[in-house]
Write a protein that binds this ligand. Structure first.
Ligand code: MRU
Length: 356
């Protein structure tokens, strides 16, 4: 998608270097960063220079390419794979991508290993783009239905950033929106600010602006009253891990939006590629929920009047804070799962049928 009119992907590989857009600096600074070692990749995932489930998976895949360039040794590769998987605990795409890479690379001692790794990491990216585009076309049908009934702007609420910046291109939750916009359907997005990292304000609103899509940032607690007032036609969110029973783990606050949507008969959709489905875990209580540094809550970052990035403390300095990064939305609150293969009910039977 575009930034200042120029097409970008979120990650690419050039001259043995992984190139990323540093998302910790957006929207105020657009910086392309070089990742040279597997340690750089692990750090980029941890500090969220790259974030969003599909993108951290793809970045980890390239992390293994860098590991091979650094030290073409099977035990180094294995250790790097473990460290990459542990860099963030919740999004299943990370493990999915590393496992997929290791299936191709384990035990390969020939000179061909680098080429194999590069091809597989590239394939993970290309596949994600293809899947996100299909998610868009499938989700478009729902937006079209609402528009055909309403004959007026379709108001869509989203939480966090499940946009192209969270994937390689298109995004998951935003892909139906981009497709609707391209088709001339008037859409307007309510972007939840998404405290504490403000992915909704800093990333979703930013990327929608760059594509010319109308959007309004709202505080995380505003969605409820907007739904009561009939100002939300549908919600679409992304997910970091969806269990085969349809329970959805996503950015903290998603659950509260789903409850409000349920109470107000607003359809609540979750958009995801199949790489986000966890077929193994049976109970949502077993999903590891990331707890991040409380400094992300107690401090805010922005630019001052001289356009310099500043970080300031906003809490009483003696106060404790707790920063859980994700929550679980039970399947019963999910209207449907928009996948690359079509729209599924949030249930084991329906998902199994689609992904036989
Ligand atoms: O902590 P983040 O910014 O990595 O969290 C991202 C989300 O919660 C997204 O909704 C999810 O990864 C889906 S991205 C298509």
């Amino acid at each position: 998608m575009r930034i200042e009119g120029k097409e970008y992907r979120t990650i690419w590989f050039e001259n043995n270097v992984v190139k990323i857009i540093d998302q910790t600096k957006l929207p105020h600074q657009f910086i392309i960063k070089d990742l040279i070692t597997v340690k750089d990749v692990i750090n980029a995932i941890k500090v969220m220079e790259v974030r969003g489930a599909p993108l951290i998976g793809a970045t980890a895949a390239y992390g293994l390419v860098l590991a091979i360039i650094e030290n073409n040794d099977q035990s180094f590769l294995k250790k790097s794979a473990e460290n990459l998987i542990n860099s963030r605990p919740t999004a299943i795409n990370l493990k999915w991508a590393v496992d997929r890479m290791m299936k191709k690379l384990s035990g390969v001692n020939s000179d061909k290993i680098l080429e194999i790794a590069q091809n597989e990491a590239k394939e993970i990216c290309e596949e994600d783009i293809k899947f996100c585009e299909k998610i868009g076309l499938n989700g478009l049908k729902i937006i079209e239905q609402i528009y055909n009934k309403k004959k007026d702007t379709v108001n869509i609420l989203t939480h966090c950033n499940a946009g192209w910046l969270a994937t390689i291109n298109w995004g998951t939750a935003t892909s139906p929106i981009y497709h609707a916009h391209k088709k001339g359907i008037p859409v307007h997005v309510w972007a939840d600010e998404t405290r504490p990292r403000n992915q909704g304000a800093n990333l979703t609103s930013y990327e929608l602006n760059e594509e010319g899509i109308k959007n309004t940032i709202i505080a995380d607690n505003t969605g409820g009253i907007l739904m009561q007032r009939g100002e939300v036609d549908m919600c679409i969110v992304g997910t970091d891990r969806t269990l085969s029973n349809g329970d959805v783990c996503n950015k903290v606050g998603t659950y509260l939006k789903a409850l409000a949507a349920h109470d107000n008969n607003v359809p609540f959709y979750v958009a995801l590629p199949s790489s986000t489905i966890d077929w193994k875990t049976k109970d949502a209580n077993d999903i590891p929920i990331e707890q991040r540094n409380s400094e992300e809550l107690s401090h805010v970052e922005g630019i001052d009047e001289n356009k310099e990035l500043k970080k300031i403390l906003i809490y009483p300095y003696k106060s404790k804070a707790m920063n859980l990064a994700f929550d679980i939305t039970p399947a019963k609150y999910v209207t449907g799962l928009i996948t690359e293969k079509g729209i599924s009910e949030a249930s084991h039977e329906s998902l199994k049928k689609l992904f036989k």
